[in-house]
Write a protein that binds this ligand. Structure first.
Ligand SMILES: Nc1ncnc2c1ncn2[C@@H]1O[C@H](COP(=O)(O)OP(=O)(O)OP(=O)(O)O)[C@@H](O)[C@H]1O
Ligand SMILES: [Mg+2]
Length: 235
């Protein structure tokens, strides 16, 4: 290697000319057409775009859930395109938290277990104590022994946020995290997500259709037909 590292060398997200095609011919769809995106530590990025523009697909690639068809994806310094499935799973566990529109909690586990089990799988010390503290931090100290079916939508999303953040990931990905919630509950969830992520210094990428939410981010990236068509600092 030659030269001095530029600030972007340490950027937790570095995507170069990322392409993604899914499905088999004749149903093969070209979804991402050469995405270049660098996100620096501590940035909060709103990812906007019409339905079908490729937002969730791009997030899946950056989170190591989907392999790009072409290009480079470097996440927290790791080249995701060269890792095998097992190595990717380990890399995700330690670095990435994900919150989705549908909360994806395990129905047979309590709130506490839903948050503690990923930590336990990662071999972290004191998973249940840490899960308890994280659930208290999202305002659910009194609900730790409830099953998902015994929680409201907003409470379930709080559990999902606790689960995503309990391992102190460098990156948090959220795909329409308030899409299944009423306006007031959604606003409270976003307050919580930003407060927890900013406090922990987490770099965050949030997919949203909500302009108010985008306005809270430090940067707004817009996709159309699998291409970045706008990339601006938020005011
Ligand atoms: N597994 C797949 N096989 C083939 N095409 C797919 C697959 N997954 C997604 N697509 C297509 O890729 C395009 C982008 O989908 P994606 O889910 O990334 O869009 P999005 O921007 O997240 O939209 P929305 O706002 O509706 O969630 C769509 O045209 C979709 O039909
Ligand atoms: Mg989507």
């Amino acid at each position: 290697m030659t030269g001095f590292p530029s600030p972007s060398d340490s950027a937790p997200i570095q995507a170069r000319n990322v392409r993604l095609a899914l499905g088999r011919p004749p149903a093969r769809v070209e979804i991402l057409h050469g995405i270049d995106l660098t996100v620096a530590t501590g940035e909060t990025v709103a990812l906007l775009g019409a339905s079908g523009s490729g937002k969730s697909s791009l997030m899946a690639v950056l989170a190591g859930l989907e392999r790009p068809t072409g290009g480079e994806v470097r996440v927290t310094g790791l080249d995701f395109t060269t890792l095998d499935e097992d190595a990717l799973a380990v890399a995700r566990r330690g670095r990435i938290g994900i919150v989705l529109q549908a909360f994806h909690l395990l129905p047979t586990m309590t709130a506490l277990e839903n948050v503690a089990v990923p930590l336990e799988l990662a071999g972290a010390p004191d998973p249940f104590e840490r899960a308890q503290a994280e659930l208290a931090a999202v305002g659910l100290a009194a609900r730790v022994d409830h099953y998902p079916a015994q929680l409201s939508g907003g409470e379930q999303q709080r559990v999902a946020i606790a689960r995503a953040l309990v391992g102190r990931p460098a990156l948090l990905f959220a795909d329409e995290p308030t899409g299944n919630l009423d306006t007031a509950t959604g606003a409270a969830i976003m307050d919580l997500l930003f407060a927890r992520a900013v406090e922990a210094g987490t770099t965050m990428l949030v997919i949203t259709h909500d302009p108010a939410l985008a306005a809270r981010c430090t940067r707004v990236v817009e996709l159309a037909d699998g291409r970045i068509v706008a990339d601006r600092r938020a005011a």
